[in-house]
Design a protein around this ligand. Structure first.
Ligand code: NAD
Length: 358
């Protein structure tokens, strides 16, 4: 029996409720396929501040480094909003990403036919379906380059941020994206601004150099302004999009918005090896915490990504994704996706998905 070690960081707000549902789904998958998932529960965010005085205690980092993968709910909430920057719950996320060396953020955006009415685009645009993934570089570029302020002789104070990328940084995220495209519909678009930015020209050179190693993947370049437009004009044309940190921040939010439902979208952050951090894209939703109202699907789908990307359990991941689709097709909706119709709670949605795992 294969054993997989998972560090569980339930976090704050709705975090514990949604992670509990994901764990119940994983346990059912374990029974069905003969795997053993071993959990090491550890704290981060506000709950860690309350318990140990720090949002990311050393023991949490150690537990995550020892695990095969990390499954995280969400952190933060009004209770900790007035703490100084270094003690804010959100610091735990940045700290974990850097401690685990995670440089690739992978965000699928899928429009489920049962939820088509949640999409803000016209039916004529989404009739072909929408199933794409944004691979965003997470540890370089504008957000990490040199920044500062200086006085100019005649224009007052100036401020600057530097977008800097090295060949190796581009190559490693590029290969992550090509490998992912190979597991999907084998189409990769690299998004840059090579008509203006030198960092984008290097980005494009490196992508062209490595693309020959993936002849089975249909590769193309797209300028970021065009990509932003194409995402709302014809999102069905995309399979995998790879891009640098800032462009990825914007493009991935745009892509998730066109699916219309924050409670549905999972994410993965990966580094060089197979260990990854899996979490829903939404936050801790303090407004509905403890009320059995949260949609657990984003976290359950994050667990499916973990099975596929960290444990190489493709069939098991498919089984979870199919069970989610089946539950939606059978009419189960939490309040966030119910459009005013009667809704089920977090636990009942989890049970509906578990009942459809086979
Ligand atoms: P949020 O994503 O928590 O909530 C935004 C809105 O979406 C709320 O109305 C909420 O009820 C709803 N929502 C979110 N997830 C849902 C789900 N699974 N089911 C149903 N409805 C859901 O964003 P926010 O309100 O801006 O932030 C709340 C807290 O979460 C803040 O402390 C913020 O810093 C933190 N946060 C954490 C993460 C993370 O842990 N990765 C990400 C974003 C925000």
């Amino acid at each position: 029996m294969a054993v997989f070690n998972i560090a569980l960081v339930k976090g704050d707000g709705i975090g514990p409720d949604i992670v509990n549902e994901a764990v119940a789904v994983l346990n059912r998958i374990g029974d069905l396929y003969g795997h053993s998932f071993k959990y090491n529960e550890t704290v981060a965010g506000g709950s860690a501040i309350d318990k140990l005085g720090h949002p990311l205690p050393d023991e949490t980092v150690e537990a995550c480094l020892k695990a095969d993968a990390v499954l995280l709910g969400a952190v933060g909430g009004p209770k900790w909003d007035n703490l100084p920057g270094d003690l804010r719950p959100e610091k735990a996320l940045l700290g974990l990403r850097s401690a685990l060396g995670l440089y690739a953020n992978i965000r699928p955006a899928i429009l489920y036919p049962a939820l088509r009415s949640a999409c803000p685009l016209k039916d004529s645009i989404t009739s072909g379906g929408l199933d794409l993934v944004v691979v965003r570089e997470l540890t370089g570029g504008l957000y990490y380059g040199e920044r500062g302020r200086k006085q100019t002789p005649d224009m007052g104070e100036a401020a600057y941020d530097t977008m800097i990328y090295s060949e190796k940084e581009v190559e490693r995220i590029g290969r992550t994206a090509f490998e992912l495209a190979r597991r999907r519909r084998k189409k990769l678009v690299s998004v840059d601004k090579a008509n203006v930015l030198e960092s984008s020209r290097l980005w494009r050179e490196v992508m062209h150099r490595i693309k020959d190693d993936y002849p089975d993947v249909d590769y193309s370049d797209m300028l970021v302004d065009n990509a932003a437009m194409q995402l709302v004009r014809n999102p069905g044309q995309f399979d995998v999009i790879v891009t640098e940190n800032t462009f990825g921040d914007i493009i991935s939010d745009e892509a998730s918005m066109i699916t219309g439902s924050i409670g549905m979208l999972p994410s993965a952050s990966l580094g060089g090896g197979t260990r990854g951090l899996y979490e829903p894209i939404h936050g801790s939703a303090p407004d509905i915490a403890g009320r059995d109202m949260a949609n657990p699907i984003a976290t359950i789908l994050s667990a499916a990504m973990m099975l596929r990307l960290s444990f190489n359990l493709e069939k098991e991941a498919d089984t979870i994704e199919q069970a989610v689709i089946a539950a939606l097709n059978d009419g189960f909706r939490t309040a966030d996706i119910a459009g005013g119709l009667p809704a089920v709670g977090t636990k009942d949605m989890g049970a509906a998905i578990r009942d459809r795992l086979h």
